[in-house]
Design a protein around this ligand. Structure first.
Ligand code: UDP
Length: 362
């Protein structure tokens, strides 16, 4: 069986680290990884391939461009690649980024079976570009690999064939489990001169948070409040820096001595910070899941989530940018009154193995 996996961005890389290792158990399975190049630089891509000892078999090297141009370029280059290497039996796409969508459209037009890793997630917020990517990718998929019960429910509501939907768990958690030792060994606390439990980890990069001056201004008010008491580690996404500079807010970020801004961090360092921080402030998708797995309080500054299990069972809370509301939750964390959470079903480090077993059986 020939399996092609298509990845393009940081969260994609993190979701596929165990496929080649697990496939060693299945002698008839050949796995190849194609990297589109959507994320392409040292901090957002190369460092992850090095840490995971993962070398993509094929690199599409797409140009930085608008979503339309990138999606079109990925589809054209995939078509050329398939002429060269032959059709796979299945194309797997993880997540909800433009590379996932391009892979799904390509598979459909090329008559290749499509498997979606992280299928069925829905925020029901169509202003998020990722939501449409998820819906369309699922619409074109033949096999659905689901991370949490809500995913299975949505696919059932959408009348997908029951035989095609598989609740396998979360391949992002597989990576955390596989690299736990390396994460523990990271020297990031020493390098940043911070102490365990005494700092807050923050990431913000969604267009809704950082693309307009008012929202970014609210974020800065929040940072000013939290840094009165804690050091805040803020690995800044390139998009956030660009906007802060454009809106004339960058000085307020760079002048705060308790705000430690870094470039995007490598995987082991970032995971170590999740493990050792007091709590997390974020608008990321994946970090809601990683903090739930570590049972670490996570305040997600978004009106909705496509990963509701992290709120219902995990340590995640959705909040607005209302400072009073955020303060109240920080108070709960400090008083030990914040929910402790539990680890969702099948988030046990074996999701990749389950996916490959299902493919092998077919
Ligand atoms: N991450 C990382 N370094 C960073 C920030 C995030 O390794 O400086 C990891 C994080 O642990 C998670 C993934 O990147 O596994 C999430 O990426 P992002 O927030 O960009 O994407 P989203 O999950 O929101 O799609």
């Amino acid at each position: 069986m020939k399996i092609l996996i298509l990845i393009g961005t940081r969260p994609n890389f993190i979701k596929v680290t165990q496929f080649k290792k697990c496939a060693e158990k299945f002698p008839d399975m050949i796995i190849s990884i194609v990297h589109t190049g959507q994320h392409y630089d040292e901090k957002m891509a190369d460092v992850f391939f090095r840490q995971f000892k993962l070398t993509p078999d094929y690199y599409l090297n797409i140009s930085p461009a608008s979503p339309n141009k990138q999606i079109a370029e990925i589809m054209m280059k995939l078509e050329d690649l398939i002429v060269e290497i032959g059709k796979p039996d299945i194309l797997l796409v993880p997540g909800d980024v433009n590379s996932s969508l391009a892979g799904a459209l390509f598979a459909n037009k090329a008559g290749i079976k499509l498997g979606h890793i992280e299928a069925g997630l829905r925020s029901f917020d169509r202003t998020m570009p990722e939501e449409l990517n998820r819906i369309i990718t699922d619409e074109l998929s033949d096999l659905f690999f689901v991370t949490e019960s809500s995913g299975a429910k949505h696919l059932k509501d959408e009348k997908r064939s029951e035989q095609a939907v598989h609740f396998v768990g979360n391949t992002m958690i597989d990576t955390m489990v596989a690299y736990n030792t390396e994460i523990d060994e990271s020297l990031v606390l020493k390098n940043l001169q911070i102490e365990s439990g005494k700092f807050v980890l923050m990431t913000m990069h969604r267009p809704a948070t950082v693309d307009n001056q008012k929202e970014l201004g609210k974020l800065i008010d929040l940072i000013n409040y939290v840094t009165k008491k804690y050091k805040v580690i803020f690995p800044i996404h390139p998009r956030t820096i660009k906007n802060a500079k454009e809106f004339g807010l960058y000085d307020q970020i760079s002048n705060n001595k308790n705000l430690i801004c870094t470039e995007p961090l490598d995987y082991f360092a970032f995971q170590k910070l999740i493990k050792e921080c007091a709590f997390i402030l974020t608008d990321s998708g994946g970090i809601q899941e990683e903090s739930t797995f570590r049972q670490k309080p996570c305040l997600t500054l978004r009106p909705n989530t496509e990963r509701p299990i992290t709120v219902d069972e995990g340590t995640n809370t959705l909040l607005t940018f209302d400072l009073a509301e955020v303060k109240a939750h920080i108070q709960m964390i400090e008083n030990g009154d914040y929910k402790k959470g539990s680890i969702p079903e099948k988030w046990d480090g074996k999701a990749t193995e389950r996916i490959l077993e299902i493919l092998n059986r077919r």
